[in-house]
Write a protein that binds this ligand. Structure first.
Ligand code: FES
Length: 119
């Protein structure tokens, strides 16, 4: 059995809850896994930073994401568009697919991720 202290120690802090506004994103390398956080009207969402089309990063430069005028996340490689709140691809070569949703763990005002959940 894992104690709460062991669980807490295993978590990796990513950011505070209010650090990302809608239209903002940030990427992380969590023990070799590429993770991105997106700010939305409903709070911060976490996804694997891998486009379902060809598995490429959704950044065009370190920590730089493209957002359309409608607030959709746009893959810089072939233009797939994603809803930041759900990860659903609404247009482009992987339309109907989805970003891989990752679970965030709240620790007070901090958002963390369990690296074990990324394997
Ligand atoms: S790799 Fe993202 S649209 Fe092709």
């Amino acid at each position: 059995m894992t104690t709460s202290a062991e669980t807490k120690a295993a978590l990796v802090r990513l950011c505070s809850m209010d650090e990302l506004a809608p239209g903002e994103g940030r990427e992380f390398n969590v023990q070799g896994h590429h993770v991105m956080l997106l700010g939305t009207d409903e709070g911060v969402r976490a996804y694997r930073n891998s486009c379902p089309h060809q598995g490429r990063s959704l950044t065009f430069a370190p920590n730089e994401f493209l957002f359309s005028s409608k607030g959709l996340l746009v893959c810089p490689h072939h233009g797939a568009s994603f809803e930041p709140g759900t990860g659903l691809c609404t247009d482009g070569p992987c339309k109907g697919g989805s970003l891989q949703v990752l679970e965030l763990v709240a620790q007070g005002d901090e958002l963390c991720i369990d690296p074990a959940s990324l394997r």
